[in-house]
Each structure stands twice: as C-alpha cells, then as structure tokens.
Write a protein that binds this ligand. Structure first.
Ligand code: SF4
Ligand code: SF4
Length: 431
C-alpha cells in the first residue's frame, strides 16, 4: 500500500473535499511539549524534517495521500473503531482512514441532532458529518462501523441516512464458544460487500500482503512505545502519541518511524551516572481513546510533573500489542482472531483488559494509573470500578479517574487532582 511523497502545503478552498476549509483538529498537529519535559526527555524537539515535525503535519500528509489515491481511482473507506481490520480494506486496494473526531468545535453542530448527554467522541465525529467538515469523510466511498457502544450504534443510523455505511455486528461475549465463528462470518460479509462495491476480488494473497504490511508497521510502533520502558525515556507520552497516522502504512510514515527509532535511544546506565534521578511520575494511562485534537489531559499530566510512559487505550498500545498470524491457513480467521482479542469495555466480561493492564504496569514501571473516561461513556465509566480495584489492591499503586469532555473548562480542576495524585506517589516513595 502507498506511495511515498513529500509533505507540501496544499491550497484550501470550500468546494473540493481534497482542499477543504481548515478546521480546528484537522489542522496540523500542535507541538505541545511542556518546557519542563523538554529539559529531561532527550532531544525530541521538532527540527525541520524530524519525526516530530513530520507527524505534526499528519492530517495534511494523510489528506495529500488520500487525494492522490483517489485521483488514481482507489477508494477511500472511513473507519470508526479499532475492531475494523484495516487489512481487509487494504486488500480491496482501498484506503482505510480513521474518522474519529477530536474537535470541541464540532460538538455544537452535532447536538442539533444528538442528545447533549453523549460521549464527545461520538458527537465530534457526527459534528464533522453534519458540517461536512472532515475531508476524509467527504471523499469516503464507504464507511465501515461496528456494533460497539449504544451511542455509536445509534449515531451510525443517523449518519447512514446520507452516507454509504456498512455495520459489522461485533459479538460482545468474547469467551463464548461461538463468538469467534460469528465474527469470522461478519468479516466474510464485509469482504463480499467490499468486492461488490468496488468491483474487486479480495484474494487470500492480497490479504496476506496487507497483513504483512500492517504487521511491519505495528512492530515499528511497538518498538517506539517500548522506548518508554526505560528509566529515562527519550520521548514524552505526548510526543509518542503523535507518532501515528490516521492512514496506516503510508511509506513516508514508515520511514519516519524507522528514523525515530534511530534517533531516540534511552539513556544507558553508564550515561546516567552522576545525573539526578528522573523527577517525573511514571503514569499508566488507560480508558477511552485520546484522538487527534483531544490530547488535553495528556498535556495537563505532563506539564504537572508526570510522564505518560504507557497508554493502553485504542490510540495507544491496545491495537498494536499483537500481530496477525502471517502463516495461518485462512488469513480471514487470522484477522478475526487478532481483532477480536481487543479488550474494549463494550465486551462482557472484559477481564482481558485487566490482564493487559497488569502486565503493562509491570513492564513500564508505572507509579500510578490515570483512567480517562469521556463524559457519558458508560462502558468505560462502569469498568473504572475494576480498574481502580486492580490498581489499588492488586498493583498497590494510586489510581485517579478523570471524567471530562473536549471542553477546556475543567483543566484547572484536573490539574489540581493530578498534582494531588503525584504528591501521594512522592509521599509513598519517600516513606
Ligand atoms: S474504545 Fe472500543 S469502541 Fe472505541 S475505538 Fe476502541 S475498540 Fe472501538
Ligand atoms: S469513548 Fe465510550 S461512549 Fe465514546 S465511542 Fe468510545 S466506547 Fe463509545
């Protein structure tokens, strides 16, 4: 998949999806590396052509890539959840693009149709739809969604009134014997739909090629995340969060992942001799996805003495922890098995999330857990009971649940609670 290309500024006008009006979260990413972090986190500041600078322009890069693909006759498929196997879409020679909204500006327009008491991620995504402000959605030939949480499911019905939409039925009892067979059937139905809609044949070989490509990208991103296991990580959590793309496997992105791995090395034991111990509190962040444009809580944590060494959510490690089996006899079954293991709170029971958290806390030497819950996200909100118990009782580290939305109105209150959490960690460390 994908041509390499150089990032160039593109002209913006209102009439062409490839040159849309600029809008909050769709502009180039913001370089928000708090000054206190910069001093202690290696040399990860953006220079003209560094990986941070490249990924600051992620949306612009993706837009250029999607426009070029579209001009060559390739189809664009919007996706809304990490349960959708990108490989299946890539095997149809189409381009999967994540459509999740991170802009607070889109919430007002969404609330003309949707209830105010709904998760901001759903509202923002829908706001882009009604405002026709997401160029990727405007150029999408199909949107693939899943039956995950109720808010999303019902929002999709509204979106489907005017957009070609395909909804996968996701089984929600992961331990049931017949759940996997159902999920495989659902993916086969999506394959048929893609083939009919785009006039292509998705062969096993094409699926295997896409699996290999995605596995390579997942491995690079995993290695980058593993840099944070070090006592002195060379990146901040905010910087790491930025090292990803709304379109997977663009080869220019892959080159930047490789470059980042060459550039950023953890400080070795010898190099750290004589240096003051790291002062940042190592945070394991869990909960809802932190989508592009909605990184405020991460920035608050890292500008108040914390370092997010690990994020287990869908915009962090969760989707890249495991690969798809490249040697499986049936690549569709291999895809189904990998994606179905994603421990989302829509599953019941979702005990795998707790197992993963336990292991990550150990590997990344977490000193506390911060559980982010978007307002009105019932599934993550209820699961916070289990996560709190795991952190405080099983892991023996402090826990903080932060419930918020995309508005900055509670930033000062969140900062105070984060500082209090960090003070508790420091007191325990010095006791
Ligand atoms: S948190 Fe759950 S519903 Fe949301 S993107 Fe991840 S898997 Fe999908
Ligand atoms: S954050 Fe929660 S409510 Fe929002 S889309 Fe994800 S699972 Fe649904």
């Amino acid at each position: 998949m994908g041509n390499c290309f150089d990032s160039k500024d593109i002209k913006i006008n209102a009439s062409d999806p490839c040159h849309p009006p600029q809008c909050g979260a769709l502009g180039p990413g913001r370089a928000s590396v708090p000054a206190r972090q910069r001093a202690s986190c290696g040399d990860a500041r953006p220079t003209a052509d560094s990986p941070p600078a490249w990924f600051e322009g992620m949306i612009r890069n993706c837009l250029q890539y999607a426009c070029e693909a579209k001009a060559k006759g390739r189809h664009i498929v919007g996706i809304l959840c990490e349960y959708t196997p990108r490989e299946l879409i890539m095997a149809a020679d189409a381009v999967p693009v994540c459509l999740c909204g991170g802009s607070a500006e889109m919430i007002g327009p969404a609330q003309e149709h949707l209830p105010a008491n709904l998760c901001p991620l759903i509202k923002s995504t829908y706001g882009y739809h009604v405002q026709k402000a997401n160029p990727f959605l405007e150029m999408a030939d199909m949107v693939v969604a899943e039956t995950t949480c109720d808010g999303k499911k019902k929002m999709y019905e509204l979106m489907a009134e005017t957009r070609p939409m395909y909804v996968l039925e996701l089984p929600q009892k992961p331990n049931d014997a017949d759940a996997m067979a159902h999920w495989v059937r659902e993916l086969r139905k999506l394959k048929t739909r893609l083939e009919k809609a785009f006039g292509v044949t998705i062969t096993d070989e094409k699926m295997r090629q896409a699996i290999r490509t995605m596995n390579r990208e997942r491995a690079l991103r995993r290695q980058l995340a593993e840099l944070m296991k070090s006592d002195r990580p060379p990146l901040t959590g905010r910087q790491l969060l930025q090292f990803k793309s709304n379109i997977s496997c663009i080869c220019a992105d892959v080159a930047q992942y490789r470059r980042a791995l060459e550039l950023y090395k953890p400080v070795s034991a010898e190099e750290s001799v004589g240096q003051a111990p790291p002062y940042q509190i190592r945070v394991l962040m869990t909960g809802v996805p932190v989508v592009h444009g909605a990184e405020r809580v991460v920035e608050i944590i890292e500008s108040h003495g914390g370092l997010v060494v690990c994020m287990d959510n869908c915009t962090g490690l969760k989707p890249i922890l495991e690969d798809v089996d490249e040697t499986a006899a049936d690549p569709m079954v291999a895809l189904a098995e990998k994606y179905f293991r994603l421990p989302c709170s829509v599953m019941t029971k979702n005990s795998r999330r707790l197992d993963v958290l336990t292991e990550l806390a150990r590997q990344y030497q977490a000193q506390c857990v911060i559980d982010l819950v978007w307002q009105a996200c019932l599934t993550y909100d209820v699961e916070s009971y289990f996560v709190k118990r795991l952190a405080e009782t099983d892991l023996g580290i402090p826990y903080l649940r932060i419930e918020t939305d995309y508005s900055p109105s509670d930033s000062a209150r969140i900062a105070m609670r984060v500082e209090a959490l960090f003070e508790t960690v420091r007191q325990r460390a010095s006791a």
